[in-house]
Design a protein around this ligand. Structure first.
Ligand SMILES: NC(=O)C1=CN([C@@H]2O[C@H](COP(=O)(O)OP(=O)(O)OC[C@H]3O[C@@H](n4cnc5c(N)ncnc54)[C@H](OP(=O)(O)O)[C@@H]3O)[C@@H](O)[C@H]2O)[C@@H](O)CC1
Ligand SMILES: [K+]
Length: 585
């Protein structure tokens, strides 16, 4: 699933209209219909007592059949499984439009009529929705949706943020149609608007054309909608949100559901915007995904389907019946000090659990006796150093150990030491295999002008958390978090590395200028050692022959999935430790 900026979305709109000849009004009609269907589904969900996301998913099979793709994560085993299967049919609510009520077999043979189930709502009379209409195309989408809601028997009142006569283009056409249908309308500031009397609010104030903090009537309507306590469904993005960065301009809509149109907007994956969107549903409006591919849209959501089809990852992780430990590669981990030995141990154990054949853990010599037997599957290699710490002189031994290994991971629990810049440079320039750089090794890199180091034939994967990223990019952490996708794309391209920017919705960016945004994981994973586990997983996958982007993306995906599984086993997210994630792999 592609993830776009407002600018990219406008270009795709333009190409659909100009190259394919599909009129803008047709796209708006599709958008309005999709929004109305999702509101109806939401009404059903609420009438059923609300509840879990699973209940929300079941609240309307027909709209799924029409192409809804929710931000839902399947596990790798479910990769590509269609969510549409069996969606159309007696689904607890979908029979409202069917002719005849006698059950199977009573209809005349060869004659079957079914109604527009997705646009039909039992007990619609109990609903009254306010539709907040901005003067751009987002407002036009809302007006088109309002007509469908009215057809479904739902009472609607339009609330214009600006004088209806100020709408232009397709939005003006929608305004005329709504007026011709006699939809009740109020203009904010001129007419009284009773938020208390409605059952829900459609936010069609501002979309991808929004700039800066909402002004005037827009700001007042947003504040009133939030203050009403009524559920809000947002058209495309919650009004007030920056569609690209997820920055939330005050005031901004707190939505229960966001019906995102055509392609996922970057701002819906980046915080704090991601938290204000509620359940995100992406609905097709007739803009072909092929256009996004041809135009080189760089960002995608990391789904099992993307892993399988775009990245060509074997998500089933098949093992060869003839395989042996030599088949699955050998990882060298250079990590750990006396006070942080656990980081090296976690990374090494995670590499094994990721499926590689062998792992050698290189560590300061003095540390070795203490960790013997901690993980009997590991091989240990004393690398020298002093007092259980690394030293510049250990580079030669790490280089020697790396020869014949399929990948080297360096950094977890490494600490800083005299000459560490030259130490890392020797590894960077000397290791003839992929290199995964994490933790303290990233800080060493940040203090080095590594652009002047000899270029490598084999890939480098950097796995910074936002603080490490800030040091690498010479920004503040807040600046890193302001637009994680944009920064990751730029940094990876400029430095020729595969970048894994960790945090909620980890971003994987490639030197070729592509980015993948992960949505597996759990807030309970914010605990020491979790990053070391990820480093080990990525190294373990590289050793098995995955290329840099495959290993980084699949590693991040599996790591998040294992975190979710570990939280379920633990029952309390706060109790999760990094070791639990390894066990859940
Ligand atoms: N194009 C297409 O074919 C399709 C488009 N689609 C839909 O259109 C949406 C994009 O529509 P859009 O580009 O018209 O912009 P939109 O978000 O409605 O807002 C623009 C208006 O808001 C105003 N305004 C801006 N900032 C403001 C602020 N801070 N505070 C107050 N006002 C502010 C600005 O006024 P101005 O400042 O220019 O006077 C202008 O009038 C997109 O999200 C999707 O829903 C889909 O149907 C697919 C087909
Ligand atoms: K909106």
């Amino acid at each position: 699933m592609y993830v776009v900026t407002a600018e990219e979305m406008r270009e795709l709109d333009r190409q659909t209209i100009e190259r394919l000849g599909i009129p803008a009004i047709a796209l708006m009609e599709n958008a309005g219909r999709a929004i109305a269907e999702e509101i109806i589904r939401f009404c059903r969900y609420q009438a059923g007592g609300g509840g879990t996301p699973a209940a929300w998913n079941q609240a309307g099979g027909a709209s799924e059949a029409a192409g809804t793709r929710e931000l839902e994560r399947g596990d790798a085993g479910a990769a590509g499984r269609s969510r549409n299967g069996g969606a159309y049919g007696p689904g607890g609510r979908g029979d409202a439009g069917a002719l005849g009520s006698g059950g199977p077999g009573v209809q005349p043979p060869g004659f079957s009529v079914s109604g527009d189930a997705a646009l039909t709502l039992e007990h619609a009379g109990a609903e009254h929705w306010l539709v907040l209409v901005g003067k751009g195309n987002n407002g036009g989408d809302g007006l088109a949706a309002a007509r469908h809601l009215r057809e479904a028997g739902i009472a609607v009142t339009l609330v214009y943020a600006a004088a209806p006569e100020s709408l232009a283009g397709e939005a003006a056409l929608q305004q005329n149609a709504a007026a011709a249908m006699g939809l009740p309308a109020a203009v904010y500031g001129r007419d009284r608007v009773d938020f208390a009397a409605c059952s829900g609010i459609l936010d069609a104030l501002l979309g991808t054309g929004s700039a800066g903090a909402p002004r005037g009537a827009y700001a007042e309507l947003i504040a009133a909608a939030n203050g009403s306590g009524k559920p809000i469904v947002s058209a495309d993005i919650p009004s007030g949100l920056d569609a690209d960065t997820g920055r939330a301009h005050e005031p901004y809509i707190h939505a229960a559901v966001t019906v995102c149109l055509a392609f996922l907007k970057r701002g819906l994956l980046q915080y704090p915007g991601a938290a204000s969107a509620g359940q995100v549903v992406v609905r097709s409006i007739g803009i072909p995904a092929a256009l996004a591919r041809e135009s080189g849209v760089p960002a995608s959501l990391l789904t099992p389907e993307v892993l399988r089809t775009r990245l060509q990852v074997d998500v089933s992780r098949r093992r060869s019946p003839e395989g042996h430990k030599g088949t699955y590669g050998h990882v060298l981990v250079a990590a750990g000090t006396l006070s942080m030995s656990g980081a090296g141990l976690l990374a090494s154990r995670a590499a094994l659990r990721a499926g590689c054949g062998l792992v050698t853990w290189a560590l300061p010599t003095m540390l070795l006796p203490y960790v013997i037997g901690a993980a009997p599957e590991l091989m240990l290699a004393a690398a020298g150093g002093e007092n259980g710490a690394w030293s510049a002189g250990t580079a030669a031994e790490v280089l020697r150990l790396s020869s014949g290994r399929d990948v080297t991971a360096v950094g977890p629990g490494l600490g800083r030491f005299e000459g560490d810049g030259e130490w890392l440079r020797a590894l960077w320039e000397g290791i003839e295999a992929p290199l995964v750089i994490d933790a303290d090794a990233l800080n060493i890199l940040a203090d080095s002008e590594y652009g002047s180091w000899a270029s490598r034939r084999h890939p480098v994967i950097l796995t910074p958390h936002p603080g490490e990223m800030a040091r690498l990019a010479r920004l503040s952490t807040a600046e890193v978090q302001r637009d994680r996708i944009g920064l990751a794309l730029t940094y990876a391209r400029e430095h020729g590395v595969t970048l894994v920017l960790k945090g909620a919705h980890t971003v994987i960016a490639t030197p070729e200028g592509e980015a993948y945004v992960n949505i597996t994981g759990h807030p309970g994973m914010g605990t020491g050692g979790v990053g070391d586990v990820l480093t080990g997983i990525i190294a373990g996958l590289l050793a098995q022959g995955l290329n840099a982007v495959q290993a980084a993306a699949f590693g991040v995906y599996l790591h998040g999935l294992a975190g979710e599984r570990a939280v379920r086993l633990r029952h309390d997210p706060a109790a999760l430790t990094a070791g639990d994630i390894i066990e859940a792999l």
